[in-house]
Write a protein that binds this ligand. Structure first.
Ligand SMILES: Cc1cc2nc3c(=O)[nH]c(=O)nc-3n(C[C@H](O)[C@H](O)[C@H](O)COP(=O)(O)OP(=O)(O)OC[C@H]3O[C@@H](n4cnc5c(N)ncnc54)[C@H](O)[C@@H]3O)c2cc1C
Length: 420
């Protein structure tokens, strides 16, 4: 039945997944005039968002656009249009308009000043309500309904079908699956002939062959530089901290490179992490200082001298690694033993044998291939009226607010495109 002249039916948009991308996608489509229903499998929205930034929610990053792209493992430039449509400034204004003042902190990370992750989710819910988005909780979508190459509806777990004009998929990656993101949307897309790029963990703790980190688990080696070596190649991180864990290492420096390490290991390469405990000094300077201190204090035990190089708690482990008794007197040290200490201070070497599994990655690498998605609209190049957003796409970034920004930007652009 056709509508009377001058009366237009609102475009009916279904958004699947109520995380960062889905909530923003629903807000965007609704604020651009669509009738939107948001389907979330959990009984709350934004379960993963609640975990972000250790509960403080690092909503975005205020670095320049060019630096922004660099922080994506690869494929960052795919986000060019999405970031133009909804930038980090837009994210900040969005939350400030909801009374969540933001502040730019260390490394340009943007956090709510006085609020936390639950307030961020509440703010998104308020805007969803203001825009009359209908939210359906406990609704796990199983499949999409496609006719003549166009998405026309969705299938629920119980077999029920519902129909719409456009579908926005926002089901997230496949890590931290307890939050609801278990890769459903990626599977749905794959069934509809979208290419799936192999799923791997990123921002994930790495496992070492050496067992000593277990003894000091939870301890941070601070102000160190980490270098990963694989084959003849090197990847040097900035200066920061390495966290020792029950079976390996984590912390910002290691997390940032972990996705690449996972890929090197998958290719069968041997990977070593070298920790420079004294990045502010050259090897020669470290050697000279060590030599001076040993010479000036021949009656002191070596352990007392080494406390000026690293925290005492690390002493037993370090001395074991260099195969020396910490009770030895400085005056009895031989040159080759001093060299061993100097080398280990500049390059304490660990062999990386693996990573924790996909579910332990803060983000998922891989997902729906970007070749199948139009970056100007987020629409599928395979199925019309189907849009992709957020972490379910083959896009992932370093820590610092980049992943949430990608989710917000792509969600916004998908919602806008679906409305047109
Ligand atoms: C511990 C942790 C800390 C993090 N901290 C930060 C941070 O501070 N800053 C940052 O930028 N990034 C951070 N991230 C990454 C960031 O949270 C994600 O990249 C981002 O949430 C991805 O958004 P999304 O909407 O694509 O997916 P999600 O937020 O994962 O949302 C997907 C939603 O879809 C729902 N869903 C899945 N399948 C179905 C289905 N079949 N039917 C209906 N609903 C479904 C899920 O239940 C979920 O609610 C962190 C991640 C983790 C795990």
């Amino acid at each position: 039945m056709s509508l009377p002249r001058g009366v237009y039916r609102l475009k009916k948009v279904f958004v699947i997944g109520g995380g960062a991308a889905g909530m923003m996608g629903a807000i965007s489509a609704a604020s651009h005039g669509c009738a939107v229903t948001l389907f979330e499998r959990n009984d709350i929205l934004g379960k993963k968002v609640l975990l972000t930034g250790k509960g403080k929610c690092n909503v975005t990053n205020a670095c320049s656009k060019e630096d922004f792209f660099v922080r994506f493992a690869k494929n960052g430039h795919f986000l060019r249009d999405a970031l133009k449509a909804f930038s980090s400034e837009d994210v900040i204004s969005f939350f400030e308009n909801q009374g969540i003042e933001c502040q730019i902190g260390r490394q340009q990370r943007v956090f709510p000043l006085k609020h936390e992750a639950p307030d961020v989710v509440e703010a998104l819910k308020q805007v969803l309500r203001k825009n009359n988005v209908c939210i359906k909780y406990n609704s796990r979508i199983k499949d999409l309904i496609v006719k003549d190459g166009q998405a026309i509806g969705i299938k629920f777990e119980n077999g029920e079908d519902q129909f719409c004009d456009k579908v926005i998929l926002a089901t997230g990656g496949a890590s931290f699956s307890g939050t609801g993101s278990s890769g459903d949307g990626i599977e749905m897309a794959q069934k509809l002939n979208h290419k799936k790029v192999n799923l791997r963990p990123s921002l994930v703790p790495l496992i070492t062959k050496e067992k000593f980190p277990a003894k000091l688990r939870g301890f941070f080696l601070k102000n160190v530089r980490l270098t990963f070596k694989h084959g003849k190649k090197k990847k040097i991180t900035g200066i920061g901290e390495v966290m020792l864990m029950s079976n390996g290492i984590s912390g910002a420096l290691s997390l940032a490179v972990s996705g690449e390490v996972v890929d090197w290991l998958a290719k069968g390469e041997k990977v070593f992490a070298k920790i420079d405990l004294k990045p502010g000094m050259t090897a020669e300077e470290v050697g000279a200082r060590l030599g001076r201190e040993l010479k000036a204090n021949p009656k002191k035990v070596i352990a007392d001298i080494m406390t000026s190089f690293f925290p005492e708690i690390f002493m037993g482990t370090f001395m074991k690694l260099v195969d020396l008794d910490s009770a030895r007197l400085a005056g009895t040290m031989k040159l080759k033993e001093i060299n061993r200490i100097q080398e280990s201070l500049k390059a304490l070497t660990l062999e990386i044998t693996g990573s924790r599994p996909l579910n332990s990655g803060m983000v998922t690498q891989g997902g729906v291939s970007l070749k199948n998605i139009n970056p100007k609209t987020m629409e599928s190049r395979v199925i019309k009226n189907l849009y992709f957003t957020g972490e379910m796409m083959d896009i992932d970034a370093d820590t610092g607010g980049f992943n949430l920004q990608a989710a917000f930007s792509t969600g916004y652009l998908a919602g806008l495109s679906a409305s047109q």
